[in-house]
Structures are given as C-alpha cells and as structure tokens.
Design a binder for this molecule. Structure first.
Ligand SMILES: N[C@@H](CCC(=O)N[C@@H](CS)C(=O)NCC(=O)O)C(=O)O
Length: 258
C-alpha cells in the first residue's frame, strides 16, 4: 500500500515535471525584430498591451542591418518590424513580416484587441488597412521630404503635407462619435498612434482636429502605449539622418538581384 502510494506520488512528480517543461517551452519569448520608429512601435505596443513575453532584437536600419541574410530570411522586404513566434500554429515556430499582418496574427493568437465577430473585425480591418496604405506611407513621405531630404522640394512637401492633413481630417470626423477608430480600442489604434504622434514634424496643427487630439491624449495615457513607444529609443541617439552614410543605406536603394 505504502509502496503503491509512493509510486503514485513519483508518477505525479514526473507528470508535474513534464508539464513544467511543456509550459516552460510555451513561455519561450516572441522575438521582436525592431527599431524605434512608428512602424516598430505598433508591435511593441501590442506586445505590451497583451503582456506577451518578448525579446527585442534591434535591427539598426541606419547601418543596413535590414540587409543581413539572416534577417532577410524572416523579412524578405528588408524592413522591420518582424517577429518570430517560437510557439506558432501547431506548436511550431513561425516568422512574420509586415506590421499589419503581425498585429492581426497577435490579435488572433491572444483573442485581444481584434474581435472575432465578423462585423466588428471588418471595422478593425478597414481602418488598419487605411493606416497601412494611407497614413503610414503618406506621413513617411512627409518625414522624408520635410526632414531628411537634402534638397528642399516644395511641390513634394506640399503634396504630402496636404495629403496627411486630409487623412487627419477623415480621422477627426470618424472619432467624433466614438472613442477609438473602430469603436472599441483595437490593433487599428495601435497602428496609428506612432504616426499621429509625429503631427508637428508632419507640418500639422493638432488643434485643427479636436477629436483626433482627444484620441491621441487618451492613447498616450495608456501605460502599454507609453512602454511601447519608448522601447529602445536610446538606440537612435546620435544618429544623423542627413549623414551621407546613413542616407546611402536608407534612401534610393534599387533591386538587389539574387
Ligand atoms: N509596410 C511595412 C513598412 C516597414 C518599414 O517601412 N520599416 C522601415 C522603418 S519605419 C524600415 O525598416 N526601413 C528600412 C529601409 O528602408 O531600408 C510595415 O508596415 O511593416
């Protein structure tokens, strides 16, 4: 009897060990390939909001680390952010590039900030894609022509400053009768905040857009947003975007034929 009992407790202990091992495995952190920019912030914010364990792997884009062969295996478009989730579908690792796809993946994985209900999901998707195809690229062009280009091209500056102004107008109307862009707080808001936060450098006056201003203040008051948007900021210190070496890496790249 006593023997049977001790066998049972040995079996129990062995089982506990396996479970611990298993759960240890599932706790392997997500690798975040990252540089502190508005596109990078989207993912650091989501990881912080979901309290998912992650480890940040800096990709210094001003030094050309986005072209490292190992990074290209994960992100063939040579841009960050990207992630590797050791516990992907079927318990096997998965790598993902493109910030919108990463946000949707993390939303599906956690069931957070990305509703499962189809109508609510479509709401989030359309504003997420609106950010991906509109606010991000247009504000990015403003940053380029207004702040980084060595020549002053008035036509280009006006074109993109005006387009960002139009987009912020759309957002301002949308936020008139709802707290967040898709109604409830979602991955679409996370995609937008890093970009909208740069309104001043984009030649905009936030006071023109009171609903957008209120949304930005609400967003920036969230501790996870604060953590996400300060992650690795120190890495950028001392980098001069007008340095010809930095510009040679980041601008006017052409196809690299394999
Ligand atoms: N559509 C991509 C854009 C990513 C992107 O443009 N990342 C920039 C930094 S914000 C980058 O890695 N640039 C490196 C380069 O231009 O070589 C996404 O949303 O993930």
């Amino acid at each position: 009897m006593a023997r049977a009992k001790s066998e049972r407790s040995a079996a129990k202990a062995a089982k506990a060990k396996t479970t611990k091992k298993k759960s240890g495995k599932s706790n392997k952190p997500i690798e975040l390939y990252y540089w502190p920019t508005p596109n990078g912030f989207k993912i650091s914010i989501m990881l912080e909001e979901c309290r998912l364990p992650y480890v940040m792997k800096p990709v210094n884009i001003s030094r050309g680390e986005q072209f490292n062969p190992d990074f290209l295996k994960i992100a063939p478009n040579n841009r960050m952010p990207a992630i590797v989730d050791p516990q992907g579908p079927g318990g096997r690792p998965i790598s993902i590039f493109e910030s919108g796809a990463i946000l949707q993946y993390l939303g599906r994985k956690t069931g957070k900030f990305y509703p499962a209900d189809e109508r609510a999901r479509v709401e989030v998707d359309q504003w997420l894609f609106w950010q991906m195809g509109g606010v991000g690229p247009m504000a990015g062009q403003v940053h380029h022509f207004k702040n980084y280009a060595v020549e002053t091209l008035t036509y280009a500056i006006n074109r993109y400053v005006n387009e960002v102004n139009r987009l912020y107008g759309v957002m301002n109307i949308r936020l008139k009768d709802r707290p967040f862009i898709a109604g409830k707080y979602s991955i679409a808001d996370m995609a937008l905040v890093g970009w909208v936060n740069g309104w001043e450098r984009q030649g905009q006056d936030i006071n023109e857009f009171p609903n957008l201003k209120r949304w930005l203040e609400t967003m920036k008051a969230r501790p996870a947003v604060q953590r996400g948007m300060t992650l690795g900021l120190e890495l950028r210190q001392g980098i001069d975007m007008k340095d010809p070496k930095v510009q040679a890496v980041l601008f006017n790249q052409r196809a690299r034929v394999a």
